[in-house]
Design a protein around this ligand. Structure first.
Ligand code: GH3
Ligand code: MG
Ligand code: MG
Ligand code: MG
Length: 313
């Protein structure tokens, strides 16, 4: 059997100090028909803190990819009866798999294979034999970059809370969860009162600080399982899993009480105070997502009409 992996001497590894592990379990899929290599890779990667699944051919890889989300795939090209190339089309056609990072791990050192794989969407190409440490470093780098990128795409740059795009994505998952494991879930629509006046009197920069201040208050004072989103200008949405409407309204009233007691932001010796109005609605099985959001929005609107600075259900 040819040796696909060049093993570094153990002390060499230590001296180099290059073995980096990934915080939080990331899940990898190793697709290779070489049993020895695959088993070796799975063992090393698991020791480095990854969860690792393996497939020895394209059909079983497809099966796994349909059942499980992966943070990265390594793909062998020469496999039987279907070559690794046959997986590219499968990945490309599925919107949930299209962006999964992929490293080709192949014995083929041809320029044409490399060029073809990158055109097909591979993120990296490593030729066998390879050193484990180099592959691990490449996996680490790609997974980290992908995570940073996803993180950026889902956050509002001004306040660092989640953005509306992430809300659309996450609310779907939250609802699927409560449909499967029934429990309460509430949503609050929050809108700062007279925010335009803050901008007009003190300038846009102060307005921005106020938005950051409220985002911080929401992020730090709500439960850690609550999700905070900036929905638009001075509107925030909080999703509260496991919380009924009354309890949700109560925790927002407590927050409004804090805003009454202390300025939302102090900047260069100036204190800025705000109040906000909020509408809360609990989900129930007859409500679509849009109806659920609308209910909270309408409750917020009533709170505004009745004089602001209050929370309605
Ligand atoms: P109400 O009490 O009825 O909610 O009135 P309001 O003044 O808070 O609401 P309105 O919707 O009239 O004004 C919202 C303002 O928010 C208008 C817009 O200029 C400002 N705004 C939106 N996005 C930002 C932002 O990112 N930074 C700052 N500083 N202002 C913003
Ligand atoms: Mg092979
Ligand atoms: Mg508004
Ligand atoms: Mg407002």
């Amino acid at each position: 059997h040819d040796v696909s992996v060049i093993e570094l001497e153990v002390d060499e590894q230590k001296e180099n100090g290059i073995v980096q592990t990934m915080g939080g379990k990331r899940r990898l899929l190793i697709i290779d028909d070489d049993d020895v290599l695959r088993t070796y890779l799975v063992r090393r990667l698991e020791l480095d803190g990854y969860k690792v699944d393996e497939a020895s051919d394209v059909p079983s890889a497809k099966l796994l990819l349909r059942q499980q989300a992966y943070d990265l795939i390594t793909l062998d090209l020469m496999m039987y009866p279907q070559s690794g190339y046959e997986l590219f089309d499968f990945l490309k056609e599925d919107p949930t798999l299209k962006w999964v990072p992929l490293i080709v791990l192949s014995g083929r050192d041809d320029l044409s294979d490399k060029v073809r794989c990158f055109h097909l969407g591979a993120d990296d190409y490593v030729t066998k034999p390879f050193q484990y440490e180099e592959l691990a470093a490449r996996i680490y780098g790609i997974v980290k970059r992908t995570k940073n990128f996803e993180e950026l795409a889902f956050r509002d740059p001004l306040t660092a809370v989640f953005n509306r795009r992430y809300f659309d994505h996450q609310i779907q998952l939250e609802l699927e969860r409560v449909q499967r494991y029934p429990s309460a879930i509430s949503l609050a629509f929050i809108d700062i009162d007279n925010f335009k006046r803050i901008n007009d009197r003190h300038g846009h920069h102060t307005g921005d600080l106020v938005l950051q201040g409220l985002a911080h208050l929401l992020q730090t004072r709500m439960r850690s399982t609550d999700l905070v989103f900036r929905f638009g200008g001075e509107e925030f949405v909080v999703v509260m899993p496991g919380t009924g409407a009354e309890a949700a309204a109560e925790s927002l009233r407590a927050l409004l009480g804090m805003a009454h007691l202390q300025p939302i932001v102090s900047d260069e010796g100036e204190d800025y105070w705000i109040t906000f109005s909020a509408g809360v609605s609990a989900w129930h099985p007859d409500l679509s997502i849009d109806e659920w959001i609308l209910k909270a929005d309408q409750a917020m609107y009533r709170a505004k009409q009745d004089g602001k600075d209050r929370i309605y259900i």
